[in-house]
Design a protein around this ligand. Structure first.
Ligand SMILES: [Zn+2]
Length: 606
C-alpha cells in the first residue's frame, strides 16, 4: 500500500531521509519531547525563534526539499487535534467520552478500536488531559490545553501519563515494569492514565500481567487500550473494557479538514487535489495530513491537482473517461493504447481499476437518477449503456483489482481486466449495422426470414395513410420480432426502455400502436424520439402511439429477464456440479454466493 502511495521514484527519493516514513513515525503515539511543535519551540526560545522561522521560510520558498521536509514535519504534527472539540469524524466516541467525564462516570479501562490513523492515540491523549486538566469545569469536559498538566501531557512528559507501544514492548517484563507503580496514588494529577497502543501485540504473559491490574484496578487508574485488531485481544481483557469503535473517515470529512488546515496555513490549493489525497488516505486522517505535506513540497508550496496526481501515481479522470468511451465504442486498440500509456506514465494499475470502478458507480447512480451529474458526460455514458452492464463492469473491476497481485505483472492484469470488460459489452450499434439490410425500406418482405417476421398481420392501408401517397407502396413491414427491435436499432435511454418494455399491438399502414407498462414511456417527448429513431432506421415517415397498461411476457425486457434468470440458474447449477467446486464446498466449507455467479456468454442472442 505504501509503495503504491509513493511510486514516483524521482521526487520521493529526495525525501527518503526525512520524507513520508519519518512523517508517519513522528505522528505516532509516543512523541518524545525533542519532537516539539514549532509553535511550542518558538515560545520556549524567545530570542532565537524569529530568526529560525525566517530561515525556514526562506528555505521553503527556495524549494529545497530536505529542509522543506523538516518544516513539514512541523506542519503535519501541528494539526493533531488537542481537544475533543477539534476531533472530526468520531463524534459518537467523543460524545460518549464527554458524557462520562461530565457525569463523573469514568470507566477504568477503555478499548479504542479502528484502523491506523483514525485518531485512537489522539483521543487517548485528550482523555488523559481531560482527566487531569487543572482548569476543567464539569460543564465543559474538554481540556484547556494551557495548564501545566495539559502542556506536559501534550509533550509526553507528564508523570502520571504513561504510554506504552505494545508493538515494540510486548514482553511480560515491559508490562510488569509499567504497572509496578500503578498501586501508588498519582504524583501530580488526579488520575494515572496508562495508554497501551497496539495492545493486541502483547504476549500472552504480558496480557496476564495486565489482567491482574484490570481485575482489581486501583481507584485512580485509567487504562486506555488502543488496537487496530480487537480480534486478537483476549476475551478476558475485552470483557473488562468499555469498547469504543472509531470509524474510517469519509472522503468528504477528510477533504473538509484539509481545506481548513490549508486555509489556516494560507496555502493555495485545488479542491480536486484534496479529494485525491483523501481517497489515497483510505480513511486515515494521519495519512491524509502526511500526503498533504508531501503534496505541498511537490507543488512548491501550493497543492495542485497535477502534482498530486503524479505524486500518487493516480490516473487522470479524462484517461478514465477515455477507457469508458473505448469500451462503449468497442475499440480494443484504444484500450490497449491506454493500458500502455498507463505503464509509461508509471500510473498504479490498481488505482486505474479503482478510478474506473468509481466512475462506473457514478454512471450507474446517474442512470438511476440517484445523484445529480457533475460531469455532463455521465448522462451520455449512462444512456449509451445498459443498467445491468454497469453492474457487470463493477464486478469485473473489483475482481480484476483483487486479482492484480496474481497476474504475471500488474500491467498485464490491467489489460486483461479491460479486455474482460470489453467481452461483456452487450451487442451494440455496430452489430446492428452489420446485420441490417442495406436499404430496409426497399427490402422485400419476402426477404425477411418467415420465422423472424412479425406475427402482427399487416392491414391494407388505403385511406389511412397520408394524402398523395400511393396506397400500399410505402406500407411499413416489420421484418423482425418487435421485441428484437431494441437490439437492432441504435438506441439508448428512454428510447431503449421504450423499445424493450413495449408490446406491439398493431401496425396500421405507417402507424405503429404499442402498449407500455409505465406512463413516462407514453409521453410525447419519448414518443417523438422513438418515432424519429424508427423513421430514420426504416427510412419511412412513421407514426407511433402508445397506451399505458399491463404488457405481456413478450416484451424484450421481459424476455431478457427470463433469459438472464435461466442463464444464471444454469451457471449456478453447473458450478455446483463441478467436481472441484464440490471439493471446495465439502472439504473446505466454501460457499457459493449465488449473486456472484455470472453466466459465461452474454452476446449470443439476437
Ligand atoms: Zn488544562
Amino acid at each position: 500500500m505504501k509503495a503504491s502511495l509513493f511510486p514516483d521514484p524521482e521526487p520521493a527519493d529526495l525525501f527518503n531521509n526525512a520524507g513520508p516514513v519519518d512523517l508517519l513515525a513522528a505522528t505516532e503515539a509516543t512523541d518524545p519531547p525533542t519532537h516539539t511543535v514549532a509553535g511550542g519551540a518558538a515560545a520556549h526560545h524567545q530570542s532565537g525563534s524569529l530568526r529560525t522561522q525566517t530561515v525556514q521560510a526562506t528555505v521553503a520558498s527556495n524549494n529545497m526539499p530536505a529542509k522543506a521536509a523538516a518544516q513539514h514535519l512541523v506542519l503535519a504534527r501541528k494539526w493533531r487535534p488537542r481537544r475533543f472539540a477539534a476531533m472530526v469524524g468520531q463524534e459518537h466516541v467523543v460524545r460518549a467520552l464527554r458524557h462520562g467525564l461530565k457525569t463523573g462516570r469514568i470507566h477504568h479501562a477503555y478499548l479504542l478500536t479502528g484502523t491506523r490513523g483514525v485518531g485512537k492515540t489522539t483521543i487517548a491523549r485528550i482523555l488523559a488531559k481531560a482527566l487531569n486538566c487543572e482548569s476543567t469545569a464539569r460543564e465543559d469536559p474538554d481540556p484547556c490545553g494551557q495548564c501545566a498538566h495539559c502542556v506536559q501531557i501534550d509533550q509526553g512528559r507528564f508523570i502520571d501519563y504513561i504510554e506504552l507501544d505494545a508493538a515494540s514492548h510486548r514482553g511480560v517484563e515491559d508490562m510488569v515494569g509499567l504497572l509496578e507503580n500503578a498501586v501508588y496514588a498519582p504524583t501530580a494529577g488526579r488520575w494515572k492514565v496508562y495508554v497501551i497502543d497496539e495492545v493486541h501485540m502483547l504476549s500472552h504473559h504480558a496480557f496476564n500481567a495486565m489482567l491482574k491490574t484490570l481485575e482489581e484496578p486501583p481507584g485512580h487508574v485509567v487504562f486506555v487500550l488502543a488496537t487496530t485488531d480487537p480480534q486478537k485481544v483476549p476475551v478476558t481483557v475485552l470483557s473488562r473494557c468499555l469498547q469504543l469503535g472509531l470509524r474510517n473517515l469519509a472522503v468528504e470529512v477528510i477533504v473538509e479538514y484539509l481545506q481548513m488546515v490549508l486555509q489556516e496555513e494560507k496555502i493555495r490549493y485545488e479542491l480536486p487535489a484534496l479529494t485525491l489525497i483523501a481517497r489515497a488516505a483510505a480513511g486515515s486522517m494521519r495519512d491524509a495530513l502526511s500526503l498533504l505535506d508531501q503534496a505541498i513540497s511537490h507543488g512548491g508550496g501550493d497543492v495542485r491537482q497535477q502534482e498530486v496526481r503524479a505524486m500518487l501515481g493516480a490516473i487522470d479522470r479524462d484517461q478514465v473517461a477515455a477507457i469508458i468511451d473505448a469500451l462503449l465504442a468497442g475499440n480494443v486498440g484504444q484500450l490497449k493504447r491506454i493500458a500502455d500509456q498507463v505503464r509509461e506514465l508509471g500510473i498504479d494499475p490498481g488505482g486505474v481499476l479503482q478510478a474506473l470502478a468509481m466512475l462506473v458507480q457514478d454512471i450507474a447512480l446517474v442512470g438511476a437518477k440517484a445523484i445529480e451529474a457533475e460531469d455532463p458526460r455521465l448522462h451520455g455514458w449512462s444512456a449509451a449503456g445498459h443498467p445491468t452492464q454497469w453492474q457487470v463492469y463493477w464486478q469485473i473491476l473489483l475482481h480484476g483489482k483483487r486479482d492484480l497481485a496474481l497476474a504475471p505483472d500488474e500491467h498485464a492484469g490491467l489489460l486483461m481486466t479491460l479486455l474482460r470488460l470489453h467481452a461483456f459489452r452487450p451487442a451494440g450499434p455496430e452489430s446492428v449495422a452489420a446485420t441490417r439490410p442495406a436499404s430496409p425500406a426497399a427490402a422485400s418482405p419476402a426477404a425477411a426470414s418467415p420465422a423472424a417476421a412479425s406475427k402482427v398481420s399487416r392491414e391494407p392501408s388505403a385511406g389511412t395513410g397520408q394524402a398523395g401517397r400511393a396506397p400500399g407502396a410505402e406500407d411499413f413491414v416489420l421484418d423482425c420480432d418487435w421485441s428484437a427491435l431494441a437490439q437492432r436499432v441504435a438506441c439508448s435511454g428512454f428510447t431503449r426502455q421504450f423499445l424493450e418494455q413495449s408490446e406491439l399491438l398493431a401496425i396500421e399502414g405507417l402507424h405503429i400502436r404499442v402498449r407500455v407498462p409505465i406512463r413516462p414511456l407514453a409521453e410525447a417527448a419519448t414518443l417523438n424520439k422513438v418515432r424519429d429513431l424508427l423513421s430514420a432506421h426504416f427510412g419511412l415517415r412513421l407514426r407511433i402511439s402508445a397506451e399505458v397498461g399491463a404488457v405481456s411476457q413478450e416484451t424484450a425486457s421481459a424476455k431478457q429477464e427470463i433469459k438472464r434468470e435461466l442463464d444464471h440458474q444454469e451457471a449456478l447449477e453447473g458450478l455446483q456440479r463441478d467436481p472441484f467446486v464440490r471439493v471446495m464446498i465439502d472439504e473446505l466449507g466454501a460457499e457459493i454466493v449465488p449473486e456472484s455467479v455470472k453466466p459465461r456468454q452474454v452476446e449470443d442472442r439476437a
